[in-house]
Design a protein around this ligand. Structure first.
Ligand SMILES: Nc1ncnc2c1ncn2[C@@H]1O[C@H](COP(=O)(O)OP(=O)(O)OP(=O)(O)O)[C@@H](O)[C@H]1O
Length: 304
């Protein structure tokens, strides 16, 4: 599904002299999980708040072609969660969600269903102040979903989650997106997004500098990575032939060492195994996706 659910256009916002948003534009697609990434302080939260009209900003955000305020029941259009759950710390989880449901004009049984869906039934009687960060994130998501919105916006939802909970979140968001909901989640960790998002929008210096399918971004990362190998000098011609046949670049750095670009470590290892060329060292200077993100941010990289 590629229907555009949300169009964000030219958002601008300064705090004092600092131009935090300098023309942020992006599209969110229905049925798609979009990761919104940018380093700490790059303006992700500011963008989300501006999109939702929680913060005055120049520019516009259209939800299914209209500003949010033009919809009769905005909570059915978009649900959002910022840093876990917002509510009275003394309220207990179930009571809190019932109040949110009542406020949104939906039956309280919807809140109970969501509590079940986010795996928090056992936490129903816990006070909001006693929730762990991970629990609070889940309840925040339940709260955002209470009116079954067509767009779900989550600010750093993976914060404080352990790997098991991140897997849960990924599967949960996939289920939500599969119903046609457009999901936007922000994070300063690209590695997390790699697990969760179909598409990614990269925020840098107040603008979205890349918007692409996650698979394209990862393929680009592969092309940028450098694999260092060590081999038997006799195998040099075989490796050169392999590089020609498979279109990767091999640059000799010594009689038995080379730097390779244009192919990732796993694929290279498989090709060498097939060719029966033993490698004595195989390391990849892909650094990390974090470093890769910094590269994109600096190069103002655009993926077609
Ligand atoms: N109300 C405010 N008043 C002044 N400055 C603000 C305000 N809100 C945000 N900022 C500044 O705007 C910049 C962007 O902040 P924002 O919280 O949007 O970044 P972020 O990308 O969400 O960061 P993080 O990943 O750390 O959550 C920061 O420099 C922050 O200090």
């Amino acid at each position: 599904m590629t229907d555009v659910a949300v169009q964000v256009r030219e958002l601008r916002r300064a705090f004092g002299r600092k131009q935090v948003l300098d023309g942020v534009s992006m599209d969110l697609r229905a049925g798609c999980v979009t990761g919104f990434v940018g380093s700490n302080g790059s303006g992700k939260t500011t963008t989300l708040r501006a999109m939702l009209g929680l913060l005055p900003a120049e520019g516009r955000t259209l939800f299914f072609g209209r500003p949010l305020a033009a919809w009769r029941a905005p909570s059915r259009i978009v649900g959002a969660a910022f840093a876990g759950v917002a509510g009275h710390p003394k309220h207990r989880v179930r009571h809190h969600l019932h109040m949110v449901a009542a406020g949104a004009g939906v039956p309280t049984r919807r809140a109970d269903e969501l509590l079940e869906q986010v795996g928090m039934r056992e936490a129903a009687d816990i006070r909001l102040s006693a929730l762990s960060l991970g629990m609070s994130q889940r309840i925040g998501i339940a709260q955002a979903l209470v009116a079954a919105p067509r767009v779900l916006i989550l600010d750093e939802p993976a914060n404080g989650l352990d790997p098991h909970a991140i897997r849960w979140l990924r599967d949960f968001l996939r289920t939500i997106a599969d119903t046609g909901t457009a999901v936007l989640l922000s994070s300063h960790l690209l590695a997390e997004m790699q697990q969760m998002a179909d598409r990614v929008a990269v925020l840098s210096q107040g603008r979205v500098v890349a918007e692409a399918a996650m698979s394209d971004l990862l393929a680009y990362a592969d092309r940028q990575s450098v694999v260092q190998i060590q081999f038997a000098p006799d195998d040099a011609p075989a490796l050169t032939g392999l590089s020609r046949r498979h279109g990767f670049e091999l640059r000799r750095t010594g009689p038995d060492t080379a730097d390779i670009t244009g192919i990732n470590r796993e694929k290279l290892a498989r090709l060498c195994l097939d060719l029966r060329v033993p490698l004595f060292q195989l390391s990849e200077d892909r650094s990390s996706l974090e470093d890769f993100y910094l590269t994109i941010a600096h190069e103002e990289f655009k993926i077609a």
